[in-house]
Design a protein around this ligand. Structure first.
Ligand SMILES: [Zn+2]
Length: 251
């Protein structure tokens, strides 16, 4: 069967690229059963996210944040990388993609076999937790056991600071090092592939704009139209896994 022309074009752009960057959002992970928090009908339209200032100010807000995280636990544990993640991993393995910049917090790029140093997490990672004061790392399962025992939000054993999932909450500063790495990788790329992001969350969504302004070819693969479709060189409004999988030749 002949390749779909859009996918053939993507394959050709990948072939010609010397250094690509893949930028991923919720759309790549919904195909693994991870809920999209921001979409219509998503979790945050049913319950508003807990603001970082509230987390710091209120034990009840911290308990609620942890209750929600533990409730999400089984969904996250059951999720495995899908064809889209595998295609991205293959691009990294071939040396085509130098980096993956992601808005996702689910750790599925790591689970697909990409080395952590190739992944830039703009919104952090919810598969583990850290002390907000001393950055000591905590594992979710241990925190859950303690929470179920005494019902209080976890505190750092070392310094007494609040322990929070290693994610960036609303109202929390963007991670300086991740933003710096994302900018360096964006400026070094000749091909910038957006996969599964509607590009509405800034400053993250600024990276494809920056890549385009810097002369890179911009490709957007997303089920819904995005705000940057008019400036992109190629837009594919289709499923992520099938599109990337076919373009890269990965099942
Ligand atoms: Zn601490």
């Amino acid at each position: 069967m002949p390749l779909d022309p859009g996918i053939a074009k993507l394959a050709e752009l990948i072939d010609r690229s010397g250094r690509a960057v893949v930028f991923t959002g919720a759309g790549i992970s919904t195909e693994s059963g991870i809920p999209d928090f921001r979409s219509p009908g998503g979790i945050w339209t049913r319950m508003s996210p807990i603001d970082f200032a509230d987390f710091l100010a209120s034990e009840e807000a911290r308990r609620e944040a942890w209750r929600r995280r533990f409730a999400l636990g089984e969904t996250l544990c059951a999720a495995a990388p899908n064809r889209g993640h595998r295609a991205v991993a293959e691009l990294v393995r071939r040396g085509k993609a130098a980096a993956v910049i992601t808005q996702n917090i689910d750790g599925l790029h790591q689970a697909s076999g990409i080395a952590a140093e190739r992944i830039v997490e703009l919104h952090g990672n919810t598969t583990y937790a850290a002390c907000l004061d001393c950055a000591a790392r905590y594992e979710i399962d241990r925190l859950r056991e303690a929470f179920e025992r005494d019902g209080t939000a976890p505190r750092c054993a070392g310094c007494g600071g609040f322990v929070k999932t290693a994610t960036i909450s609303f109202g929390q500063a963007m991670p300086v090092e991740a933003m710096r790495r994302a900018e360096i990788e964006t400026l070094a790329a000749d091909l910038f592939i957006v996969a599964g992001s509607s590009l509405v969350v800034y400053p993250a969504a600024g990276f494809p704009e920056l890549a385009k302004r810097n002369g890179a070819t911009l490709v957007i693969v997303n089920r819904e139209p995005t705000g940057l479709d008019t400036v992109a060189d190629l837009v594919l409004n289709r499923a992520i896994g099938e599109t990337l999988g076919t373009a890269v030749g990965v099942d």
